[in-house]
Design a protein around this ligand. Structure first.
Ligand code: DX5
Ligand code: ZN
Length: 223
C-alpha cells in the first residue's frame, strides 16, 4: 500500500486555518482530519461542526471527520459534508453501532470505525460490511503531542490480518496518534495505510508545515 496523509487540522495554526489548508492542497495531502471532541468522551474540546462545514466549503480535499463524542449519531445532522468524506465514530461511544454506521452511509459519507488502544479488535468482527475504514488510535484520544503506546503496533498487524482473512483487503487502516517520522514507517510496515499527521510531523513547529509534509512523505518512502 502506498500510504496516504490525513492532516490533523486541530494541530494547524487555528488563526491561519485557510493558509494551512492551501499548503496541504499544494502538497497533495490526501485527507484533512477534523477531530470533534466534546469534553465528555474525551477530556478536551475541539473542532465544532460550523468550522468543519466551512472547511468543506473552501477545499476539494476530502475530509476525515473523527467524532470523539458521546452519542456521535446526534452530531450527524449538523455536518454538511460531501459525498466520499469519511466520518468515524468510536465503538466505545455507541450502543447501537451498526445503526450509527448505517446512518453515516445513508448520508453518502464513508463510515469509519474507531477503536481506542484498550479496546480489543474483536469489536469489529460483526461490523465488517458496515465500515469503509478502520481507525486505530495509537494514543489515548483527546490530546495531540502524546507518545505512541507500543503494543498498538502489534494491534495494527493483527487488524490487517483480520480484515484480509475476512475478505476486506480493500478496507484501509488509519492510525491516529504520534505518527512521527520514526513511528510512521513501523506503522506502515504493520499494515497502516492512512497516517494522521499532527504535531509529530506535518505540524511539528520545529520543521514548519511544508518541510513537515516533505519529511513525512520521505519517511513513507514516497520522495
Ligand atoms: C486526536 C488527534 C491527535 C493528534 C495527532 O484524535 O488526531 O491524535 O492530532 O497528532 P500527534 O499525536 O502527532 O500530535
Ligand atoms: Zn483524530
Amino acid at each position: 500500500m502506498k500510504g496516504q496523509i490525513s492532516a490533523s487540522m486541530m494541530c494547524a495554526d487555528l488563526l491561519n486555518m485557510e493558509r494551512d489548508i492551501r499548503l496541504m492542497e499544494k502538497h497533495h495531502v490526501e485527507l484533512l482530519h477534523c477531530d470533534v471532541m466534546d469534553r465528555h468522551f474525551v477530556p478536551n474540546l475541539m473542532m465544532f461542526p460550523d468550522m468543519i462545514n466551512r472547511i468543506a466549503e473552501v477545499t476539494q480535499t476530502p475530509l476525515d471527520v473523527h467524532l470523539m463524542v458521546e452519542d456521535p449519531a446526534s452530531i450527524l445532522p449538523s455536518l454538511k459534508l460531501r459525498e466520499g468524506d469519511y466520518v468515524s465514530l468510536h465503538a466505545e461511544s455507541t450502543v447501537h453501532l451498526q445503526r450509527a454506521l448505517a446512518a453515516i452511509r445513508a448520508r453518502g459519507w464513508k463510515p469509519a470505525l474507531a477503536l481506542n488502544p484498550a479496546t480489543p479488535l474483536c469489536m469489529i468482527e460483526e461490523l465488517l460490511p458496515d465500515f469503509d475504514m478502520l481507525l486505530l488510535m495509537t494514543v489515548n484520544p483527546g490530546y495531540s503531542g502524546q507518545k505512541l503506546i507500543p503494543q498498538c503496533l502489534d494491534k495494527i498487524t493483527r487488524a490487517r490480518k483480520l480484515l484480509d482473512d475476512a475478505g476486506y483487503a480493500a478496507t484501509p487502516i488509519e492510525v491516529d496518534g504520534n505518527c512521527s517520522l520514526e513511528n510512521t514507517p513501523k506503522m506502515m510496515a504493520a499494515g497502516a495505510e492512512i497516517i494522521v499527521a499532527g504535531s509529530s510531523s506535518v505540524f511539528d513547529k520545529r520543521l514548519g508545515v511544508e518541510e513537515g509534509v516533505k519529511a513525512l512523505r520521505r519517511s513513507m518512502g514516497q520522495a
